[in-house]
Design a protein around this ligand. Structure first.
Ligand code: PLP
Length: 244
């Protein structure tokens, strides 16, 4: 499968626009732009779009729906995680049901959405059976919206203590989905709260836990998220257009 040159050109242009805004946001907050990674979110788009993404230079992608993602990765001939190197690092960014953990570990390099201790333990056990160790982020429900998944901030310290000895997961940071409001400033306070939570948790975390990553910011609010400390932004529609 190879992409049409005009598709690659169009995506490259949108990618350059996003990267420029990322760099500008980093500069405004005195951060090194190289410390911020772009995860391109390809959910609902066909395998051909992932191929175009690779050809345009995208190196990390995020998918929400595991079955859909697995089919696309297989169609592209990408190896399963742990079985070889795909052209991109694959992040699972959707709510992970316990009966899909094996599928997630089969196809993804990073799981960003660990939202309970039971799920963390299950990922650890199955990763162990598969002979892998997987980096994970803890999803935080920072806005405390009932519609959202994630740990509440006050539960993170206990979670870190309880997972410190799990050999097959490495907790590398925190992830959140910002409040979705037309005014992007609405989410700023939550991004600040995430950064402060990360700093507090760094001080109490077991020595094996690094908590370097802060995954926050999407198409409409990634610049604000970077200003407030995001190390990973997850951008879909700005790169690939509106989803069906
Ligand atoms: C869909 C999705 C994104 C990307 O959203 P856009 O608004 O299209 O950039 C990022 N993070 C998560 C968790 C998502 O589900």
């Amino acid at each position: 499968m190879s992409s049409q040159p005009q598709e690659i050109t169009a995506l490259s242009r949108r990618l350059a626009g996003v990267q420029e805004e990322m760099a500008a946001a980093a500069a405004r907050s005195g951060r090194d732009p190289r410390a911020i990674r772009l995860v391109a979110v390809t959910k609902t788009h066909p395998a051909s779009v992932l191929q175009t993404a690779v050809e345009a230079g995208i190196r990390e992608i995020g998918e929400n729906y595991l079955q859909e993602a697995a089919e696309k990765f297989a169609r592209l001939g990408w190896p399963e995680a742990g079985a070889g190197r795909a052209p991109v690092t694959r992040h699972a960014i959707g709510h992970l049901q316990s009966n899909k953990v094996r599928l997630a570990l089969q196809w993804f390099d990073v799981i960003q959405t660990v939202d309970s201790l039971a799920l963390a333990r299950r990922i650890d056990r199955i990763a162990g059976e598969m002979g892998r160790s997987v980096p994970v982020l803890i999803e935080i429900n920072i806005s405390r919206e009932p519609s959202k998944f994630g740990l509440f901030p006050e539960d993170v310290e206990g979670f870190l203590a309880a997972t410190a000895n799990l050999a097959h997961i490495q907790v590398t940071g925190l992830m959140t989905i910002g409040r979705f409001e037309p005014d992007v400033e609405a989410a700023r306070g939550e991004f600040i709260a995430m950064r402060e939570l990360r700093e507090r948790m760094r001080r109490v975390a077991p020595p094996t836990v690094s908590l370097d990553e802060l995954s926050m910011g999407m198409s409409h609010d990634f610049a604000v998220a970077i200003e407030e400390g995001a190390t990973i932004v997850r951008v879909g529609s700005r790169l690939f257009g509106a989803r069906a």
